[in-house]
Design a protein around this ligand. Structure first.
Ligand SMILES: NC(=O)c1ccc[n+]([C@@H]2O[C@H](COP(=O)([O-])OP(=O)(O)OC[C@H]3O[C@@H](n4cnc5c(N)ncnc54)[C@H](OP(=O)(O)O)[C@@H]3O)[C@@H](O)[C@H]2O)c1
Length: 429
């Protein structure tokens, strides 16, 4: 009888290959069942002792007639499962839960061969071999809460587990976690090959690739940061920019040292040098980062829409993206007055940003007229920034009102590359 904490009396494990072995080891180590009956045609694997709590059988027909198991776990290959299931039909009763780890075998497929049984279909993955699987389980309606707890306990032997109520999700689960390890192994191979191609000795390339994937995987598992943030910290200068701007906000720009930025970003100073080379370059990196965020999803041109509206949308997105850096920007505004070099760099970055905002809004940027449009947009943006700095409303209503007014004022310079479609009134030339 299954105990309230999911304790198991007798259990039958059918198939003791790779997955069965991994589960059995965990069950023995954790006293998951008081008696384990294992059916494995090959007999006792060499590294298992025969004797309590495990009783080994080479076929189902030698299992004791009086045996009443709490659980029967199927860990055979999909191609043999249909022939194997009917041999265990004699234990179908509400008190026995049938658990399958067989890939692709549905609850209906099980019920067809076992009849009205309490069934749990699961999908583990290969890290089960080291107790690090992630298993997703789905129960048929007959499975009781106590049997779910028993299942949790048995699956804990090979790692983590979770439940889904919709069995159809198991196909997607198979794609992500069931097949996922193969992609990770492929990544190790690819990294090692890339290292070799760059001249690393094969052993070292393999060591680096394997340890990198293992370490990064563990970091992603234990870290509170989203993997996207962890990735950005490594692959892009984002972490350095954030660290620098946080320092600017508290300690100012003038005395900011690159060594302090390196310490705050927890990176060697050589990496700051490689990626930026100067404080001003970090500031330009911020402009670029904000531009990239805004341009990642430029507004779709709608029929009849003015190019000015699209530009408004892009510039407001810029203000939204800059939100986290407001304290640092306030400091920079005060200090750049006495730092012409940085002011010049920031000015150049601003012009470049405005050029791209206009381009994304489908506004002409070529020739003298385009150059004037860039300059006027920069002026409109800068003067709106003064309002934005003190605009604490969640919807930035004051900022929107001022930006709208400023852009209307320069509208005649914002010539769209393509005339608005639909019923929109054409802009004055
Ligand atoms: N490996 C994975 O990464 C993974 C991941 C998710 C799910 N699964 C599922 O787990 C199941 C087991 O996979 P596995 O990798 O452990 O396979 P495996 O190593 O081949 O183990 C299957 C075992 O079942 C034994 N067997 C065959 N006929 C049997 C019978 N009539 N009664 C009892 N045992 C019998 C096999 O013995 P013989 O060798 O003598 O035939 C073998 O030892 C599969 O259904 C698979 O879909 C595996």
């Amino acid at each position: 009888m299954v105990g309230s904490e999911g304790a198991c009396g007798s259990l039958i494990l059918v198939g003791c290959g790779k997955m069965g072995t991994a589960m059995l080891r965990g069950w023995i180590a954790n006293d998951a069942a008081s008696r384990l009956h294992v059916v494995e045609p090959e007999g006792t694997p060499p590294d298992f002792a025969s004797g309590p709590p495990v009783e080994w059988h080479t076929a189902a027909d030698t299992l004791p007639g009086e045996l009443v198991p709490d659980a029967v776990v199927f860990a055979v290959k999909p191609q043999v499962v249909d022939a194997v299931l009917p041999l265990y039909r004699r234990w179908v009763r509400p008190e026995t839960v049938f658990i399958s780890i067989v890939a692709g075998k549905t609850l209906t497929g099980f019920a067809r061969l076992l009849g009205a049984a309490a069934l749990v279909r699961t999908m583990p993955n290969t890290p089960a071999a080291i107790g690090r699987a992630i298993t997703v389980a789905c129960a048929s309606p007959m499975v009781t809460k106590a049997q779910r707890r028993l299942c949790d306990r048995l699956l804990a032997a090979i790692g983590e587990s979770t439940w889904v109520e919709d069995e159809e999700l198991l196909d997607a689960v198979t794609a992500v976690s069931g097949s996922g390890p193969a992609y990770v192994f492929l990544l190790i191979e690819a990294l090692a090959r890339a290292g070799e191609a760059e001249g690393l000795p094969p052993d070292l390339a393999f060591l680096l690739a394997r340890s990198t994937v293992a370490g990064a995987g563990e970091l992603a598992r234990v870290s509170e940061e989203h993997p996207a943030t962890l990735r950005e910290n490594v692959t892009s200068p984002g972490g350095i920019i954030d660290a620098a701007l946080a320092l600017v906000a508290t300690e100012g720009w003038r005395d900011l040292s690159l060594a302090a930025v390196a310490a705050a970003a927890e990176l060697p100073i050589g990496q700051i040098y490689r990626l930026f080379g100067s404080k001003q370059a970090i500031l330009c990196g911020l402009y670029r980062r904000i531009d990239e965020a805004v341009l990642a999803e430029p507004p779709q041109a709608e029929a009849g829409e003015h190019a000015r509206d699209r530009l408004f949308d892009l510039l407001m997105r810029r203000f939204d993206a800059l939100g986290p850096y407001k304290p640092a920007i306030e400091v920079l505004r005060r200090e750049l007055v006495t730092d012409p070099l940085t002011a010049m760099c920031a000015g150049g970055s601003l012009m470049r940003s405005m050029f791209w905002m206009l381009a994304a809004a489908d506004i002409a940027t070529g020739g003298i007229r385009g150059a004037i449009a860039v300059k006027l947009t920069a002026a409109a943006y800068l003067s709106t920034m003064g309002v934005w700095r003190s605009d604490d409303s969640p919807d930035l209503a004051r900022t929107m009102a001022v930006l709208d007014a400023r852009l209307r004022r320069i509208e005649r310079w914002l010539a769209p590359l393509h005339r608005p479609r639909g019923n929109g009134a054409p802009l004055p030339a």
